[in-house]
Structures are given as C-alpha cells and as structure tokens.
Ligand binder design. Structure first.
Ligand SMILES: [Zn+2]
Length: 258
C-alpha cells in the first residue's frame, strides 16, 4: 500500500476505502482471486480472444461487437428453452438428471425429521463405494460438497429429498431458472453511429511524439502473476507432450518378424 501511495495518492485513497478481502490475493483466504475472479477473467478472455494489442478504438469496437453477438446467441437460446417448457438451462438439466439417476443406487436412513438430515450410503462397486455422506436439507448441504459448490442437489441430497417427500426441484438455486437466464440476456445494446454524428467531446487528443513504445526482438515476457489454473494447464501440456513422445518412441520400435 505504501508503494501505491508513493505512485498515486488518489489510487491509494480509492483502494484503501475498499475491503482488502475483495481485491487482494493476500487477504481473500484463497477464494476470490484464486478461483472466482480468475475464472471470471478467463471467461471474458475467452470471449475477447484475439482482441489484445489492438488500437483503442478497434479494441472498443471488437469488444462491443462480440458482446452483442454473445448476448444475441444466448437470448435466442433462452427463448428456445422457454418454448421447450424447461425449468432450467441445459447445463442444469443435464447435471440434475445425471445425479437423479445415480440417486437410485443409494440407500438412506432417516435420522431427524425436524432437521431433515440423513446419512446416505453409496452402492458398492468392487473395492469402491459404500461411502457415507451426510445430508442436511434444512441447511442445504451435503458432506460431499457438490450441492454447496454447484447449487444443484447432488445424488445424495436427491435421495434424502425423496425419503422426506420434499420437492427436489425447489432446492435448485434460483439463478439456474430459465427466467433468470432470460433476464440476464434480455438487455439490448444501442448501435453506434458514424463518428461524424458524435457529440463534441470538448477536448482534443494531441499526439505526444516523445512517448514511444520500445520494441525488443523476441517474445515479450509476461508480467501476469501465475495461479493454479496456469499450473494445471502447464501440467496438462507437459503430460500431452510426454504422451506424444512415448507414442513416437513406440512407433520407432522395430517390429518383430512373425
Ligand atoms: Zn452429496
């Protein structure tokens, strides 16, 4: 913070007023910057792929164009889901049904009707299975962690809901609802007219020839701080390369005569 203060007092005052848990990796307990924000940034990166290092005006244009397209495609998809009388989006339906099918294999013992809690035992599969997960419907939680993570009742929770005659559909988080999806993408964008018709900005951009970008040969070194998502990608790439190497070794092994 002292370093930021030295650089820019206004920036320091702005950041100092915000809870540090919300914008620093050192104070967020490993949640926000490690997973949530990074995931969100990767989504935006995915949409705006190829839009880096462009002039500012082109960057704004391409961002607007792709965002409009992104919203248009999803608005159409939302209408289609609504016409099909689906409760949730395709992703949610797929996950819900998959866990619903799995729930049939579990066994459940009712413990507390007041708390609607119960242990659920999974099916034996060879050496595996026979795991016990504890579901507490009143708290909307299961010890496997999937319900808490995805907001969709896992197979264990669905089994317990069935035992206590509770509607499983009512346990799915509201943000998966078709109406929520449609509301998200129902906003519209205003087309931008030609620059000649823009309002006068009351200022003039002046080119400063003293500011030049220094270009060096070779690839630029990134200053981005790497996180667990990068490590995972690097590991996957290394494993793929190793597999490729192994298969080429296999191909080069001389075949034995029959
Ligand atoms: Zn579970």
């Amino acid at each position: 913070m002292d370093e930021i203060k030295k650089q820019d007092v206004k920036a320091f005052a702005y950041l100092d007023a915000i809870n540090k848990e919300k914008w620093t990796a050192s104070h967020d307990g490993g949640w926000r910057c490690g997973i949530l924000t990074t995931n969100m940034s990767e989504c935006i990166n995915g949409v705006l792929k190829g839009a880096r290092c462009l002039p500012v005006s082109a960057l704004v244009e391409i961002t607007l164009e792709r965002t409009v397209h992104y919203f248009h495609v999803r608005a159409m998809k939302g209408q289609k889901i609504l016409q099909n009388n689906q409760l949730w989006t395709d992703f949610t339906c797929k996950m819900f049904i998959s866990w619903q099918q799995k729930a049939v294999e579990h066994t459940v013992t009712k413990y507390s009707h007041a708390q609607q809690s119960a242990p659920v035992v999974t099916r034996r599969q060879g050496r595996h299975g026979m795991n016990i997960h504890v579901v507490k419907i009143a708290n909307r939680e299961c010890s496997c962690g999937k319900w808490n993570q995805f907001g969709i009742p896992c197979s264990h929770a669905q089994k317990v809901c069935g035992a206590y005659n509770i509607s499983v559909a009512s346990m799915v988080k509201d943000y998966y609802d078709v109406m929520a999806y449609n509301n998200t993408y129902s906003k519209h964008f205003e087309p931008v007219q030609s620059e000649d018709y823009w309002d006068d900005p009351n200022f003039q951009l002046v080119h400063d020839p003293t500011i030049r970008t220094v270009t060096r040969p070779g690839r630029n070194q990134t200053t981005r701080i790497h996180n667990e998502m990068d490590w995972r990608q690097t590991r996957a790439r290394q494993e793929a390369q190793q597999q490729q190497g192994d298969s080429s070794i296999q191909e080069n092994v001389p075949k034995e005569d029959c």
